[in-house]
Design a protein around this ligand. Structure first.
Ligand code: FE
Ligand code: FE
Length: 308
């Protein structure tokens, strides 16, 4: 029996790129450094620095995690046998393990002297586990409007730390593509942005970065990750005095078929770029695309949509 390869598989077979990249163990430190760098002279400097502080606390929790036992290995293996994401966010968020990471986050986070931030953190501290679970379930399922906007980065931070820790501390993962191109193979969450890699034999390949666990999976380029069409895709970047238009380090891939877009980072134009910080520092591009009628389907757990 002949096996017919899809175009994406032909590309994969020809260059055999790794399907998945795990995030580095210092991912939150890298984000914090990058945010501090991007904050210089930025209109949203205060916000970027606030998130940098959140990321530093995430790194602290990841370095000394509250849950040293890995998740139930049988369950992970069973999920993998059935081609399901082993760290399925929609079910694990309903269990209480992730809340240990929220407690650890709250314990280590030095609240800056900003009344709105202090109020938000106090609200989370005062909430019981049922309320915390309800907020987290809403965030993980993309229903940001069910969560007070000011609480989003802190709840999001705890969730990210838990899932990245589970991903990084589980050996021998064999992950396979999810149901849709934009879905993380490890946790089933939607992609936050795409990264076009440079250097080496995987130069020019696109990986999508998970909004929750931060793993990156390979998806062919020039294809809408939502409706899988390639027709009429357009690319838009913000004007930037440091880069010529054709060398923009960040562009939105806009699909006229489903009216959606995804931001892409081009590492050849900025080798130090990192998806979460690049996304938060380019909210002007989202505003412009929203005005043009494009919808954003990619969540960023550090920001309630419409709260720019
Ligand atoms: Fe994920
Ligand atoms: Fe599309």
């Amino acid at each position: 029996m002949a096996t017919i390869l899809e175009p994406g598989q032909i590309e994969a077979a020809a260059s055999s790129p790794p399907f998945l990249y795990l995030p580095p163990h210092n991912l939150f430190s890298l984000r914090a450094m990058r945010l501090e760098h991007l904050a210089e002279g930025h209109a949203l400097a205060d916000y970027l620095l606030l998130i940098a502080g959140v990321c530093r606390t995430q790194q602290r929790v990841l370095d000394d995690p509250p849950l040293s036992e890995p998740l139930d290995r049988q369950r992970i293996d069973l999920c993998q046998q059935h081609g399901l994401p082993p760290f399925a966010a929609d079910s694990l968020v309903r269990e209480d393990d992730w809340q240990l990471y929220l407690d650890a986050f709250l314990q280590h986070y030095a609240v800056p002297e900003q009344p709105a931030v202090a109020d938000a953190v106090a609200t989370i501290r005062a909430a019981n586990s049922g309320q915390r679970r309800a907020w987290a379930v809403a965030l993980v399922s993309g229903q940001f409007s069910m969560v007070p906007a000011a609480l989003v980065p802190f709840l999001g931070a705890a969730l990210q730390t838990a899932w990245s820790h589970w991903l990084l501390s589980t050996p021998d993962l064999k992950l396979t593509p999810g149901d849709s191109l934009s879905q993380c193979p490890a946790c089933g969450s939607p992609a936050m942005a795409g990264v076009i890699r440079h250097r080496g034999k995987h130069n020019g390949l696109r990986y999508l970065a998970c909004s929750l666990c931060a793993c990156e999976w390979h998806v062919v380029r020039v294809k809408c990750v939502y409706c899988e069409q390639s027709k009429g895709l357009e690319y838009l970047s913000l004007e930037d005095e440091r880069h010529a238009a054709n060398q923009a380090p960040l562009r939105a891939e806009m699909c006229p078929g489903c009216n959606s877009y995804l931001k892409l980072l081009y590492l050849e134009n900025d080798a130090d770029a990192e998806p979460l910080s690049a996304d938060l520092s380019s909210l002007l591009l989202d505003m412009r695309l929203a005005q043009d009628g494009y919808q954003r389907l990619a969540p960023n757990l550090m920001l309630a949509p419409g709260d720019e």
